[in-house]
Design a binder for this molecule. Structure first.
Ligand code: ADP
Ligand code: MG
Length: 245
């Protein structure tokens, strides 16, 4: 079942006197329970694309569909019922003065305490953390709490923008592990934006490669990593190999 679809999405920004086409006729689809990676170097248009999908920005051209229904140009609030964003900087996505429990509850329409307990367990978080404020949590705990909050909303789709980039390597691995666990449970779909193709290879079954606003290659993750067709994809894979030594 196709959950999300975007057709020929385009977004340009004015940057000084220049027009930058951050997203250039990009089409994509996301199936139920699927994890999709959007990979590319900094400036390739990944965050811009994600913001269009989330309804945070309006595309200049192209359409967006959720379960076949056109939601292009709809308000964020409506879109929030089926889709939630998780950001790179987890701390700033929480109100610093609020207890985690209250922040998380604000999103939990129609969910029970039991659901919340289950989510904390799946993400390896202690219930006692709910009584704390964001500043009292570690970076990894805070990011996991933002994942809990997003899922507690009942949304079936998470959009994750560089969610491990601000974390050290071992905390990154924790977050990847959390998603691998959650993936076993198969309760949601996700789009992960990242510059790190190796990390995405551990997490996602499908990949889109972006360069200068254009999707240059897409396919099943293992297939693309084993047999990349575009030179840019080859370069990303090569660089990732070098870094692992
Ligand atoms: P990525 O997330 O892959 O690093 P972005 O989507 O952030 O890439 O940026 C793609 C291009 O669009 C870059 O050239 C960036 O400078 C430009 N851009 C993104 N957002 C804006 C904005 N709000 N105003 C002007 N230019 C922007
Ligand atoms: Mg970005």
């Amino acid at each position: 079942m196709e959950l999300l679809k975007g057709t020929e999405l385009t977004k340009a920004y004015r940057k000084k006197d220049r027009k930058v086409t951050a997203v250039d006729r990009v089409s994509f689809s996301l199936q139920e329970k699927e994890f999709l990676a959007i990979v590319g170097e900094s400036g390739s248009g990944k965050s811009s694309l994600l913001r269009l999908i989330a309804g945070l920005d309006r595309p200049d051209a192209g359409r967006l569909y959720y379960r076949g229904e056109d939601y292009t140009g709809k308000k964020c609030g409506d879109i929030g019922r089926f889709l939630q964003m998780v950001f790179q900087d987890a701390y700033s996505s929480f109100d610093p003065k609020m207890k985690m429990l209250d922040s998380v509850r604000e999103c939990g329409a129609g969910k029970s305490e039991e659901d919340l307990r289950e989510l904390l367990k799946s993400t390896g978080l202690d219930e006692a953390l709910l009584m704390k404020r964001p500043g009292e949590l570690s970076g990894g705990q805070c990011q996991r709490m933002s994942i809990v909050r997003a899922l507690y909303s009942g949304a079936q789709i998470l959009l994750c923008d560089e969610i491990t980039s601000a974390l050290d390597v071992s905390t990154q691995a924790q977050i990847v592990h959390v998603f691998q666990q959650l993936r076993e449970e198969r309760i949601f779909s996700a789009i992960f934006v990242s510059h790190d193709i190796a990390l995405m290879g551990e997490l996602c079954e499908r990949i889109m490669v972006m360069k200068d606003g254009v999707c240059v290659e897409e396919g099943m993750m293992q297939e693309v990593i084993a047999h990349p067709t575009h030179d840019y994809t080859k370069l990303l894979i090569e660089n990732a190999r070098k870094q692992s030594f």
